[in-house]
Design a protein around this ligand. Structure first.
Ligand code: AVI
Length: 307
């Protein structure tokens, strides 16, 4: 049995069954996520894009000349392009992703659009520290870029671990530019994860289809329902699949029982206060030097320097 299958089985044997959110993203899941970012209720992408478009000159001034921009993730987003268009004197751009295929496809696109940029992709799991490539020009500093508030999908300890990896990769004199979603009216949060068109529900259920096709599972997709609720005490949206009956399912020849109403936890999406995030950043060795927010205070992009 592979380590991956063992981890999946272990998650489904817990009192609160869980499946890692990484299983959202097969080809169909990635397409559904792209659709989510275009939904009227999903304010995150629009708010972050708005911040990038209006404040990118200030970001470029802080990043300075001949920095190396290290993106945690494959870097195919519009936000990355906005940043690259305004950073005309980068030493290198280093996208880091676990999927070689995804990374090479987006590297080709970026090289096509920015022919003078030294693009140095790194295939790595960025939750652990990794070796940086040596660009032709020696960078003045490293700036880690982590857009999208993906930090919010990590539980506290894992988010701290990730911030520490970013601190290591930023190195002496380095910085972090990060998208951080903010706590807000619970109704706005509820709607963002329970859209009227049902795309988020489809995205959540698609995880079971993915496990059926690629991990030897036999989930009955009609026997589960999407649920996303904001837990105000914990400051996070809890995303689950709720069993609609007492049933049994299999994964890699292992059988599991699930009761009517019992849930499988598929994702947390943490929402932060500015103080709460600054505390976490400080614990990882960063000082928040600048915070940009959209006009409605929904989302933030933060520039953190190594303290
Ligand atoms: C990728 N991540 C920041 C999304 C979020 O909002 O937490 C994933 C997502 N899950 C449901 N909708 C969007």
């Amino acid at each position: 049995m592979t380590e991956e299958i063992a981890a999946l089985i272990e998650g489904l044997r817990r009192p609160q069954k869980m499946i890692s959110p990484k299983y959202f993203y097969d080809e169909k899941g990635s397409q559904l996520f792209d659709k989510i970012t275009e939904l009227p209720e999903y304010y995150l992408t629009d708010a972050e894009l708005d911040i990038m478009r209006t404040r990118v000159d200030e970001m470029a001034a802080l990043i300075g000349k001949q920095a190396s921009l290290i993106e945690f993730g494959a870097g195919s987003s519009l936000k990355t392009r906005i940043l690259l268009e305004h950073l005309d004197d980068l030493a290198a751009y280093v996208p880091v992703d676990i999927s070689e295929e995804h990374l090479l496809a987006s590297t080709m696109k970026i090289r096509g659009e920015f022919p003078d940029l030294d693009v140095r992709p790194v295939v790595a799991d960025f939750t652990h520290s990794f070796d940086l490539p040596t660009p032709t020009i020696m960078p003045v500093k490293n700036v880690v870029y982590f857009p999208g508030s993906t930090i919010g999908n990590f539980e506290h300890d894992a988010a701290m671990e990730l911030l520490r990896v970013m601190h290591t990769e930023a190195g002496e004199g380095g910085a972090l530019l990060i998208g951080v979603d903010l706590q807000k009216d619970p109704e706005i949060l509820h709607d963002a994860y329970n859209d009227a068109a049902g795309v988020t529900a489809e995205f959540n259920l698609n995880m079971l289809r993915h496990l059926n096709t690629s991990y030897g599972a036999n989930f009955d997709l009609d026997a589960f329902e999407h649920r996303a609720e904001y837990d105000e005490d914990e400051g996070r949206v809890v995303i689950e699949l709720v069993s609609q009956e007492d049933q049994t399912f299999e994964l890699a020849d292992t059988e599991f029982d699930i009761a009517d109403g019992e849930t499988i936890l598929t994702e947390y999406s943490h929402k932060y206060t500015l103080e709460g995030f600054a505390e976490m950043a400080a614990e990882a060795g960063f000082e928040v030097a600048k915070v940009w927010k959209d006009a409605d205070d929904l989302f933030s992009v933060q520039y953190c320097v190594r303290s």
